[in-house]
Design a protein around this ligand. Sequence first.
Ligand code: AN0
Ligand code: CP
Length: 311
Amino acid sequence: MHKYTSVFDILDVDTAVKQAISLKKDPFKYNHLGKNKTLVMLFFNSSLRTRLSTEKAAQNLGLNVMVLNVSNAWKLEFEDGAVMNLDTAEHIKDAAQVVSQYADIIAVRAFPELKNKAIDASERILNSFVNYATVPVVNMESATAHPLQAFADAITIEELKLKKQPKVVLTWAPHPKALPHAVANSFVKMMQRLDVDFSIVHPKGYELDPKVTKDTPCSFNQEAALADADFVYAKNWSSYKNYGQVMVQDENWMCTKAKIANAKFMHCLPIRRNVVAEDALLDSQNSVVIQQANNRTFAAQYVLKSILEQQ
Ligand code: AN0
Ligand code: CP
């Protein structure tokens, strides 16, 4: 693997999932692979799971890790040929080449601003690192994608499924803030690649990018969609059509123990309790969100291992 910016950088998902599950059983098997090599993690946004699971994965492989929380303090310029006599202090092409000299792999988290669809779609920060860095780049959630999360989700479904082709439903859930489409996008793309009976349900106005959903069935009736589901994956996202807007916050879309019935309940976390899903569900045996978060380590470890093996 030469980079991991999209779920499509995994060529054979079934094999990758099986290998990640093997890494979970024997996490230190390859602990010399990263010797004398360094992972630099750049966070333009905060993180709990991605930060710690990716660092743990790197440590399991013997990699050194350096973390930089960039936040808004680093005023980067993205325009080629810009006359930088205003706010921006450093051009991304310089920054990416400099970081590449300290790193054997660069991992980047850079959320969308949810203001300008075209800028977010261009993946300005992530793609600038891909273009200008001289080492492989890993996506730790970008404007439109969260492929490490989606890979961990695929691992979790493989571990827990009780039938060959489980029914998996992605349901929109309410949230007080406008959230990105990244988690939903990557989950949809991953499910389209697995042997699952997959559908999406959301209120009208919350259609995801049709270039992502393609021919995946989408409906508006949550109760009907969730019937007989084996896995229910809840996530809030803002409107894609009315880009970045919160159209409704209908609390009737909150996931409850009664709605989920016998299904396994999944969420990427962090979760707003009693808004996205009720306590009675999250604290029940149906919820697999903690196992899901643990699998982030082995998803990241498979990705870092695959990149190191190509170097
Ligand atoms: C982010 C999102 O929805 O994309 C990160 C989730 C992993 N969530 C929040 O900002 C609350
Ligand atoms: N699921 C996830 O990516 O969580 P963090 O934002 O805590 O990294």
